[in-house]
Design a protein around this ligand. Structure first.
Ligand SMILES: Cc1ncc(COP(=O)(O)O)c(C=O)c1O
Length: 317
């Protein structure tokens, strides 16, 4: 159980004590994995607490839900406000905010798509997702579990059930002593980590798998593509073979929780000659400034969190 003294969870417009944020064991999402979620970060910035790329996360949540026939009963603006209110009510920084869309009422039957759709939003303290040493480089294993193909389920959707293969891949890698798994797509090309996108650098160009590898279109990935372009590096989204990854000059994971994590080794093959490599370091430096509101070029990626006094009464309406 997480220590959660004084914390609140936003559930369908109400702020509920962390300890009381329960749902029925026969809820549809629990049984069939039909629920969609987001992972969002709030940071301390020069301008005060702020959420990174809030509208992008909320837009992806709405698309994820649409792809699983779950009409969210809130507008994008209402969801954004609820995320801000949750952050304000919890005052944890840096925080990891988890909105989840689910069918919480008792209902068995796989194809039940009519139950009430709910939204809950919780915030937890953010830690180093890939371990304390992750900034110096993580070891990753190419997983025997592949990403499901998009003809099996909408891989674009950040859905609970989509994470079953990520779970198996991640546990397999961890049991073998690695920090993370790298999943290949159904054609054997590099897709992504169990909870991150992946990049490589070769000959001063930045590469990442494209949507054709059935990846989640990460918001950190999008930010890194922008930063790399702004730094003057050509960026290429394409199919990436295992060979290309193993012989890359540099490689790194990107994700909201993992942020930017350099990869030092893949399945016992060292990547490049130093970790983090020079281009990863440059991108990481700009990314860090962006999340702290220290680079005017990227302050539009941040949404200020209102103060508690303003936020809580609005949540109770
Ligand atoms: C499977 C998977 N791919 C990629 C990502 C990175 O996405 P984002 O940068 O939007 O967090 C995540 C993180 O949530 C993920 O779980």
């Amino acid at each position: 159980m997480m220590a959660a003294e004084g914390r609140k969870v936003w559930i369908d417009g109400r702020m509920v004590d962390f300890a009381d944020a329960h749902i029925h064991v026969l809820n549809h999402t629990f049984h069939y994995g039909v629920g969609v979620f987001e992972g969002i970060r709030a940071y301390e910035t020069k301008q005060g607490p702020a959420i990174f790329r809030l509208s992008d996360h909320v837009a992806r949540l709405i698309t994820s839900a649409r792809l699983y026939h779950m009409p969210i009963p809130y507008t994008a603006e209402q969801i954004e406000r609820a995320v801000l209110e949750t952050q304000a009510a919890n005052e944890i920084l840096p925080s990891y905010i988890r909105p989840i869309v689910y069918r919480g009422e008792p209902s068995l039957g796989v194809k039940n798509s009519t139950g009430k759709v709910s939204l809950a939003i919780a915030a937890i303290p953010a830690k180093k997702y890939l371990g304390e040493g992750s900034e110096e480089g993580v070891r990753a294993k190419i997983s025997p579990f592949r990403k499901p193909h998009s003809d099996a389920l909408p891989t674009y959707s950040k859905a609970a059930g989509n994470y079953i293969s990520s779970y198996l891949a991640g546990v397999d890698a961890q049991k073998d002593g690695y920090e993370e798994a790298i999943l290949l797509d159904q054609n054997g090309y590099v897709a992504e980590g169990s909870g991150e996108n992946i990049f490589l650098v070769r000959d001063e160009k930045v590469y990442t798998p494209g949507l054709e590898s059935d990846i989640l279109l990460g918001i950190t990935r999008k930010s890194v593509l922008q930063i790399a372009t702004d730094l003057g590096y050509p960026v290429v989204e394409k199919l990436i073979s295992v060979n290309e990854l193993l012989t890359a000059d540099e490689a790194f994971f990107t994700g909201t929780y993992a942020e930017i994590a350099p990869i030092k080794e893949v399945s016992h093959f060292p990547i490049g000659t130093e970790t983090p490599g020079p281009i990863t370091t440059e991108i990481l430096r700009v990314f860090r400034k962006a999340i702290r509101g220290e680079d005017p070029k990227y302050t539009h990626w941040l949404t200020a969190v209102p103060t508690l006094a303003r936020a809580v009464p609005r949540a109770r309406k």
